[in-house]
Design a protein around this ligand. Structure first.
Ligand SMILES: Nc1ncnc2c1ncn2[C@@H]1O[C@H](COP(=O)(O)OP(=O)(O)OP(=O)(O)O)[C@@H](O)[C@H]1O
Ligand code: SF4
Ligand SMILES: [Mg+2]
Length: 317
């Protein structure tokens, strides 16, 4: 079995009374694209900031190649944010921007060559055409490619991408996603990509982890998870994706609760269509839904959902 690049173990991150990450186990394997999906406020950004080493765990740990995240070689993990314009210094040239990561790590090799290679890899070819330009002189899609080149220049093992195409035109989203997929396939890089958008996960991810209110509530290989979701929350998220035409639409009642007041029992129970429809009652699990927290999914799980109904049906079937 390949060794995981990143292992997140029973991670909790609290901001005062708000439990933004509330018991997460997760492994990221080398050479995979793992999509982390979930509504706004589910803790996705907090989780990846912890993996990046920017947010300190309240408890639990993040291991990078078996070592605590703080002790790792920093350029091994790079980050790509949502808004390429905000991420780029308007007074710096493309060449200076891309070289920044090298300067931070006091790179001893040929800087100009490393910058050109990174720009080519990010699809900005020939690189000489871009080196002396400023961010406002190139398109939005090219700016995001510059951000990706800046992240790739240190040859990281892991790229953390927080909504990397959310601010881009729909017409260029596919191109940028294709680029990320290609980098993974050609370099063995691992990508953890955060998104609200299950359609995006569908296009590039090998695996999907669905997050709800600080927990991963379902995980699995992309096709399996999207073809046959098990958790009622995943089903509801999927039912509104255009790719799943034909599936009965489920509009979730209410909003995602405040992480200061995580519901007892299954944290999804106040909004769960299975409980609301009386199905939980018929399965004999309604009391558990309201009062007993389903077990936390382990980092080694290949296909699992944290839901009493899924367990009840598995036992019955
Ligand atoms: N520094 C902080 N101080 C206090 N609360 C915070 C802090 N950072 C995040 N939170 C809270 O933690 C919860 C999770 O936030 P987070 O940004 O991780 O969610 P998210 O899934 O990335 O959401 P989005 O999709 O909107 O980006 C939210 O309720 C947020 O208000
Ligand atoms: S455990 Fe119960 S409330 Fe929670 S998602 Fe499953 S059926 Fe719904
Ligand atoms: Mg976020």
């Amino acid at each position: 079995m390949t060794e995981a690049l990143v292992v997140v173990e029973d991670l909790h991150i609290h901001f005062g009374a708000a439990r933004a990450v509330d018991g997460v186990n997760l492994a990221v394997m080398p050479g995979e694209v793992l999509a982390l999906v979930g509504e706004s406020g589910s803790g996705k950004t907090t989780l990846i900031r912890a993996i990046q080493g920017l947010t300190h765990p309240t408890s639990g740990k993040v291991l990078f190649e078996g070592k605590e995240a703080d002790a790792r070689h920093l350029p091994d993990v790079q980050m790509v944010f949502q808004d390429p314009t905000g991420a780029l210094n308007p007074r710096r040239t493309v060449s200076e921007i891309v070289a920044e990561g090298l300067r931070i790590e006091k790179f001893k090799g040929n800087e100009a060559e490393a910058v050109s290679t990174a720009l080519s890899r990010a699809g900005l070819r020939p690189p000489e055409r871009f080196l002396r330009r400023f961010p406002h002189e190139i398109s939005g899609g090219q700016r995001q490619r510059v951000v990706i080149a800046g992240a790739m220049v240190t040859e990281p093992r892991l790229l953390l991408a927080d909504e990397p195409v959310a601010s881009l035109d729909a017409s260029i989203r596919g191109e940028i996603l294709g680029l990320l997929r290609n980098l993974v396939d050609t370099t063995g890089l691992a990508v953890l990509v955060v998104t609200h958008d299950l359609g995006l996960a569908w296009n590039i991810a090998d695996r999907v982890a669905v997050m709800y209110l600080g927990r991963i509530i379902e995980v699995g290989p992309t096709e399996e998870l999207l073809d046959s979701p098990k958790h009622p929350y995943t089903k509801a998220l999927l039912s509104v994706v255009p790719e799943t035409r034909g599936m009965e639409q489920q509009i979730l009642s209410g909003e995602i609760p405040d992480p200061k007041r995580i519901p007892s029992g299954c944290r999804f129970h106040p909004r769960c269509p299975v409980l609301q429809s009386g199905e939980s009652e018929r399965l004999g699990i309604a009391e558990r839904c309201r009062g007993e927290d389903p077990a936390i999914i382990s980092a080694a799980a290949t296909r699992e959902a944290a839901c009493w109904a899924v367990k009840a049906i598995a036992v019955a079937g």
